[in-house]
Design a protein around this ligand. Sequence first.
Ligand SMILES: Cc1ncc(COP(=O)(O)O)c(C=O)c1O
Ligand SMILES: N[C@H](C=O)CCC(=O)O
Length: 423
Amino acid sequence: MFSKDLFQESKKFIPGGVSSPVRAFEPYPFFVKKASGSKIYDVDGNKYIDHCLAYGPLILGHADPKVVREVSNQLTIGSAYGAPTENEIILAKEVVDRIPSAEMVRFVNSGGEATMSAIRLARGFTGKDKIIKFDGAYHGAHDYTLVKGKPGEACVPDTKGIPLDTAKNTYSVPFNDEEALSDLIQKDGDNIACLIMEVVMGNIGCIEPKKGFLEFVRKITEENNILLIFDEVITGFRLARGGAQEYYGVTPDLTTMGKIVGGGLPMGAFAGKKEIMELIAPNGPVYQAGTFSGNPISVQAGISTLKQLDDKFYKDLERKGNFLRSNIQSVIDEQGYNITPVGCGSMFQIYFNPAPVYNNEDAHNSDAKRFLRYFRALLKEGVFIPPSQFECNFISSAHTMEDLTQTAEAIEMALEVAFKKKG
Ligand SMILES: Cc1ncc(COP(=O)(O)O)c(C=O)c1O
Ligand SMILES: N[C@H](C=O)CCC(=O)O
């Protein structure tokens, strides 16, 4: 069957035809046949250079041979034990060695589970209930953070199904806004357990912190007995060996991870200072558990992946990122498009918006419809990126310079279509 027919069939049995909403796009998403390295192939016979990369986990590209071999070996000796393994210690040591804030780590099954657990832990540690997030940040599909609000006011649910009573424990402030954060903490800091943040806002495109912002956040949280949680589900092991906290040189109290830590298999983790982590059950009073937590297949994939990520690896990846970003910039400059390319390390995006983008409001001033024209034109040119202005695009080590040159050429063509010079 072709993608078009599979989508019709899928919609009969799976809500919206997809297992996560962002995957659905008009007129229908392509259905995947296989993937290898930097390429993904659909059932309709098309091949794409993949810059979606499963929304971030695949830093080595698809089906890395070493990961495949070692995970396959693990499969033959069991896929779940419900008992601890030595490999969990190996992966835990690897995480602690890399992530500056990590002294201990607990493995879970997804990024969302990691952030939910870290927030509970912060509440348990501080004895306070309220939390702060930044507007537009995504920390998983749980009730604590799927909320929205005006600065200084209690949040309301951002989806049906979340009780108002839950949402009101969260505050949301604009990213990169020191004044809004400072006002809120002055007003209610005594009741706030933690501030959770994406260091680079990867769920409204790709927005870096302004110079000095992270240092400000670190200082004000520390001074007010508020735990700082860096949600590094995207940036962890992507921006540097030690994630965004190494890249920007600011250390939080707790760190949440997902995506890359599981080497392309489902996994999450949260880590932090021993003093805080020791509060988790069975040692302490903060309950946290999971049948598949520390799953041996995911743990092996994590080990097989992280072992390949040394400082040289990140230098190479950054070089590739800079190459692609400078090519995109040249196209934009030559053609005089009024749009804003952004990115860092191996992350990139283009905002269909002429002004600098510092926060959620700026991001949403973009022309999301034009972005979708660009997205569809890119697909025609053989390049797959997430189908949303408000996601981030990624580069893996499997992307060759030839791939990236092709991507830049495809972007040039797709921009022509999006701005109706062509097609
Ligand atoms: C920053 C961030 N935090 C948390 C999550 C949730 O992770 P998961 O989808 O594995 O639950 C995601 C992505 O989904 C994310 O990008
Ligand atoms: N924006 C999400 C996380 O990065 C995309 C993954 C998903 O929700 O399916």
